[in-house]
Design a protein around this ligand. Sequence first.
Ligand code: PHE
Length: 460
Amino acid sequence: MTQNTQPHQQANTLWSSRMAFILAAAGSAVGLGNIWKFPYITGENGGGAFVLIYLACIFLIGVPVLIAETMIGRRGGQSPVATMRTLTQTEGTAAGWRAIGWNGVIASFLVLSFYAVIGGWALVYIGKAAAGLFTGADAETIGSQFGTLLANPWELLMWHSIFMAIVVFIVGRGIRSGLEKAVNMLMPLLFLLLVVMVLYAMNSGSFGRAVSFMFSPDFSNLTTAGVLTALGHAAFTLSIGIGVLMAYGSYLPRHVNIARTAMTIAVLDTSVALLAGLAIFPLVFANGLEPGAGPGLIFVTLPLAFGQMSGGAIFGTLFFALLLVAAITSAISMLEPVVEWLEEHKGVGRVKSAIGGGLAIWFIGIGTVLSFNLWEGFHPLGFIAFFEGKTVFDLLDFLVSNLMMPLGGLAIALFAGWAMKREGLAEDIGLQGGAYKAFMVVLRYLTPAGIAVVFLYNLV
Ligand code: PHE
């Protein structure tokens, strides 16, 4: 057993149960990535074969990092920065590994700045659907509604601010009365909404076509780029590599079995992505729409479907409410590493940390708001050929999703697989005998190799 010097392991700030942690971590994992991104990248990459590769990546690359990151977080028991500082000492490793902690706090800070802006879109679309703005509208009208929203910085700023205020409010209330209460209510709601959507889609007529699109693999549709997209998305959707699970793991009681818990989280996250596909594709096919429509799939294509079906205003409202819930439970997990760090390192109370951290993130988010309108033509690193045409938002997204997350995941796999002492590791992870040995082989070789491939590909 490792020593118990970790602050959270003594204070009354732990998750109240294994279930509470599962809901919070699954809440972090299930987000815009599952409902907005997964369906459109599946559509763009031709369906079945892509889904199969994605599933393999989740379980061979995602789950090992999920386990390692949570285990590191619980051992350190503090903010990612302090956890890594403590562990490099107790494990007797090079001080350079501390970069994992900093990478986590900075990346989660940056990712929330743009995630909150997109979360704001979900808020807007709940209102639009409820007001019946899609009813009977044609493709052009719906497309221009989206365009008009993006063109208006004040409107985007307002929704970005409301979204951030909700997130700050929840995180400011702390682990048990804030995060736990929120996910206890929001996660079941999300599953319920999703099941309602799938049931509706089942009766829409094109369910069979959607099922065969998603589950009968045709490898002639899959490109190498598609394989790499699957790999990158597996990391993003599980929230690994940027300190979020390390922060959540620091509040995890000792008796909880991490391996089993991680598996549950991955299964939940995957089920939501697949269910989202099963809710969306039947509507896409039934309305003769294009599955490979790209990022606009749910903001442009789906409203068109909602506008044409009976009860579409209700289902449209439900759908965007679902998106909002998913986005909020992910966003609170992004604020947690920042708040935990402010509390520990700056000695600021929880409420003040949440407000201060939230304000700073909100401010950086203005750059993303402006990227869609006034700063559309502003390409800060445009003088470097590689970044040509990239707005502030594009740069932030690139920095976090393509650099900081994969590098963080890689470093975590290497730290846990190679640098840490073996003593007590099996016990901490919650695996024994052959299962532990197999896990270590995957963590040490397969996972780093897989991440390295995506990373290099993204770079060149
Ligand atoms: N996993 C979240 C999603 O799918 C995004 C996320 C990334 C959340 C990193 C936390 C940390 O939307």
